[in-house]
Design a protein around this ligand. Structure first.
Ligand code: 5GP
Ligand code: ZN
Length: 123
């Protein structure tokens, strides 16, 4: 396993193993405080504090990480969504282990209620 930190929340979540999706080197989890109907976090197992340290990933791992973001969105049924990375406290970063937010609307419009924009979808 790549570098981990004992005192890091996301490193512990990775060790605990409750995921929406997992692939070698990456996990996707549900955000505990969702800001959209679907709000997932993609977290690399390799601990770096933020996106600023993206250069610490080997090029192939960086590509796999981006593919993992896209595949995760597709697998939960999203076609349109936002991918967000907060870099530094004044940009809203609160957990200092690189992660990618996936924010999307209800995956299956036919099943969406009229309050879909505020509903939280069970994945
Ligand atoms: P940031 O603000 O650093 O960009 O994103 C951190 C995210 O992690 C926030 O959206 C927050 O709701 C989420 N988060 C914080 N603690 C936990 C936790 O213990 N479990 C999960 N699943 N998400 C968490
Ligand atoms: Zn970590």
């Amino acid at each position: 396993m790549p570098s981990q930190r004992e005192d890091c929340l996301f490193c512990s979540i990775i060790r605990e193993g409750t995921y929406v999706r997992k692939e070698k080197g990456f996990v996707a989890i549900k955000d505990i405080n969702p800001q959209a109907a679907v709000h997932l976090l993609v977290i690399p197992e390799r601990h770096v504090d933020s996106f600023r340290e993206i250069g610490e990933f080997p090029a192939r791992e960086t590509k796999r990480m981006l593919q993992f973001v896209a595949e995760t969105a597709r697998e939960v049924g999203l076609t349109d969504y936002k991918v967000q990375v907060n870099v530094g406290p004044s940009a809203g970063q609160t957990v200092f282990h690189l992660h990618w937010h996936i924010l999307g609307a209800v995956p299956h419009p036919a099943e969406a209620s009229t309050h879909a924009e505020t509903a939280v979808v069970e994945l």
